[in-house]
Design a protein around this ligand. Structure first.
Ligand code: G3P
Ligand code: MG
Length: 377
């Protein structure tokens, strides 16, 4: 199974984090690193949480030790390329966020592009053609979106007519000759009903060839059927934007899809789940931090093989106990839960106990810094 082998490979990387100089200042090396969630920690929808800028300033070196502290942004969000998201985030947050510092829910798919190079895939989620652009930016070659299939045969879903804008980017293909090998739900789908119909048509058609008769549900689940990979990149049932009550996320779409698929076939469709709190995402995050810290700053920068940040010195700051905190705890990282997003202490204690609970990301960064350096900010 292509996907499980990939998950195994990622597990081998963690110990490498032990040696790392990139964010090492001349005076002393950074004794800690951060993985910062975005929604509910730095942003609420498109508005910046005021504490975010002050926290990022501390990480950029505005601290008594004058050290730059390595950090990545680790979000279950996505829907655009990392480059595009970094441009927007850098402008919004007022500091430069480099693509090697940003991990979106679907970034973990990048290493899979090679394995699917000769195969057609279907991607869902995000606005318009963005999902296709994301997959192509990872190196996937044969990328289709549900609107392409609707353009090929409008009767497949009679309740949506392509808009002029959609006609400008759909790529109609003869899907009766295009076996779909995998479906990747990258980001929150915009048209749940169309997408659920198209996903079901692909997953119930022999070899993923839409338009052919469905495989009878009575017939035992055949290997060709199970060969069609289904993966969801973000398990969040809810997330926090400007609205005062959390909103449904990609996890709610998955529940809706499985409910319809079960009603039609009597069973759920097997799938792979990426995104926080899943291990593969945290191992990928650890690797990104390792590469960030090791990447030589200047020509001839030598790699000093000295013990460096153990996982417990990686601080995940998040607003969602079920994703940010649960995943960090399972990865033996340190976890800090903030009250600026999904989690509201007035409702109930957190389902997953963090190392520390803070009002916001600034208090969280200050607490971790003092804990690791003994220096109060
Ligand atoms: O769609 C994104 C949402 O599920 C949560 O994003 O940044 O809080 O992980 P984030
Ligand atoms: Mg969040």
């Amino acid at each position: 199974m292509l996907l499980t082998r990939f998950v195994k490979q990622t597990r081998l990387l963690a110990p490498a984090l032990q040696n790392a100089p990139r964010f090492k200042s001349t005076k002393s090396r950074a004794p800690l690193a951060f993985a910062l969630d975005i929604d509910g920690v730095l942003l609420q929808g498109s508005s910046v949480i005021p504490a975010a800028k002050r926290a990022l300033d501390i990480l950029q070196g505005q601290n008594p030790l004058g050290i730059k502290i390595p950090f990545i942004l680790m979000t279950n969000g996505g829907g655009v390329t990392e480059e595009a998201r970094c441009k927007k985030l850098s402008a919004t947050l007022g500091i430069e966020i480099a693509p090697d510092q940003l991990m979106q829910a679907h970034t973990v798919l990048r290493p899979l592009a090679e394995k699917y190079s000769d195969h057609s895939i279907l991607v869902l989620g995000g606005k318009g053609n963005k999902g296709r652009e994301v997959a192509q930016s990872y190196g996937f070659k044969n990328v289709h979106i549900p609107l392409d299939i609707l353009a090929w045969n409008p009767t497949i879903w009679p309740f949506h007519q392509l808009t002029e804008e959609e006609k400008s980017f759909v790529q109609s293909t003869d899907f009766s000759k295009t076996p779909i090998h995998a479906i990747f739900v990258l980001h929150d789908p915009r048209n749940w009903s169309l997408d659920i119909q198209i996903m079901t048509d692909v997953l119930r058609s022999p070899h993923g060839v839409v338009g052919s008769e469905y495989v009878p549900t009575t017939r035992r689940y055949s290997h060709s059927q199970s060969a069609i990979q289904l993966a969801f990149c973000n398990p969040d049932l809810i997330w926090r934007n400007e609205y005062h009550v959390p909103r449904f996320g990609q996890g709610a779409f998955k529940e809706a899809f499985q409910a319809v698929f079960r009603a039609a076939t009597g069973r759920n469709h097997p799938f792979t789940q990426f995104g926080k709190p899943h291990e593969v995402t945290y191992k990928f995050g650890e690797k990104m931090l390792h590469d960030l810290i090791y990447k030589p700053v200047s020509e001839g920068d030598i790699m000093e093989n000295e013990k460096d940040i153990p996982p417990s010195r990686i601080y995940m700051i998040g607003d969602n106990p079920a994703s940010d905190i649960a995943g960090a705890n399972a990865a033996s990282w340190s976890s800090i839960l903030v009250r600026t997003g999904v989690y509201d202490p007035a409702h109930a204690p957190p389902a997953h106990q963090p190392t520390y609970e803070a009002e916001d990301v600034e208090e969280a960064v200050k607490w971790a810094f003092e804990r690791e350096t003994g220096v109060r900010l």
